[in-house]
Write a protein that binds this ligand. Structure first.
Ligand code: ADP
Ligand code: ZN
Length: 223
C-alpha cells in the first residue's frame, strides 16, 4: 500500500506517518529527512540541497524525484510506503504515478492534515527533533516535552531545533506550500484518493486519534 501524506510543514505528517507505518507494517519515508541526510553526508549534492532547504525553498523537482525514486527502489519498499513530504508538486505526483506503474503499483490514499497557519506557527516554533538520524523523534516544548530537557527519550541523543524551523523560514515554507499544494490536492481529489482531516491544536485530537481514524477507514474500505 502506498499512502501519501499532505499538509503544511509541521502539520503532524511525520508523527501520524510513523504511527501508520508501525500499524500497517510498511516503511515511512520522509523526503525532508532523506534530503537532510544528504546535507550531512554527501559533499556537493548536499551543499546544493542545503542551499534550498535553509531558505525554505523546495529542492528542484528533478533532483527531488531522482533521490526519492532511488530510495523507493530499495528492498524495504517492496510492500509499500508511507510517503511523507513527497510529492510536493503536481509534477512530482505525476512522476510518482509513472514510477509506481512501472512496478505495477499505485497510490492508494492521499491523507491531508489541515491546520491554520496560526496553529502551524505555534506548533513549529515549539518543535525540537532528535539529532540521531536513525531516530529523528519529534518533540514539542508545549505538547510533548522530553522527560529530560534537551535529551531524546528514545535514544538518549541530543535534541535540537531545526535550522529551518525559525519563524522567518517557517513563514516562507508556508508561502511555498500555498503556491504548490492546491494543484496537488486537486490532483488526488479528482482521482478520489483524497482523505482530509481538519485539525485544531487546541481541540485535543491527537496524532494517535488521526492514525486510528485512518486505519478504521482503510479497514472499512478494504484498501
Ligand atoms: P516540513 O514538511 O516540516 O516542511 P520536511 O522535512 O518535509 O519539512 O522538508 C524540509 C525541506 O526539505 C523543505 O522545506 C524542502 O526544502 C525540502 N523538501 C522536502 N520534500 C521535498 C519535495 N518533495 N520536493 C522538494 N523539496 C522538498
Ligand atoms: Zn532519538
Amino acid at each position: 500500500m502506498y499512502i501519501i501524506m499532505l499538509g503544511k510543514p509541521g502539520s503532524g505528517k511525520g508523527t501520524v506517518g510513523k504511527m501508520l507505518s508501525e500499524e500497517l507494517g510498511i516503511v515511512h519515508i520522509s523526503s525532508g529527512d532523506l534530503f537532510r541526510s544528504y546535507v550531512k553526508n554527501a559533499g556537493k549534492i548536499g551543499e546544493e540541497i542545503e542551499s534550498y532547504i535553509s531558505k525554505g525553498n523546495l529542492v528542484p523537482d528533478e533532483l527531488a524525484i531522482k533521490l526519492v525514486e532511488k530510495r523507493l527502489s530499495e528492498k524495504d519498499c517492496e510492500n509499500g510506503v508511507i510517503l511523507d513530504g513527497f510529492p510536493r508538486t503536481k509534477s512530482q505526483a505525476i512522476e510518482l504515478d509513472r514510477f509506481l506503474s512501472t512496478k505495477n503499483q499505485k497510490v492508494d490514499m492521499a491523507l491531508e492534515l489541515a491546520l491554520t497557519d496560526e496553529d502551524i506557527i505555534e506548533r513549529i516554533t515549539n518543535r525540537i527533533v532528535c539529532t540521531n538520524r536513525h531516530c529523528r523523534e519529534v518533540y514539542n516544548l508545549e505538547f510533548k516535552k522530553p522527560k529530560q530537557e534537551g535529551i531524546c527519550d528514545k535514544c538518549g541523543e541530543k535534541l535540537e531545533q531545526r535550522e529551518d524551523d525559525k519563524l522567518e523560514t517557517v513563514k516562507e515554507r508556508l508561502e511555498v506550500y500555498k503556491k504548490t499544494s492546491s494543484d496537488l490536492i486537486y490532483y488526488y481529489k479528482e482521482k478520489e484518493l483524497l482523505y482530509s482531516v481538519k485539525l485544531n491544536i487546541h481541540s485535543g485530537k491527537t496524532s494517535e486519534d488521526v492514525a486510528e481514524e485512518v486505519e478504521r477507514y482503510l479497514k472499512k474500505n478494504k484498501r
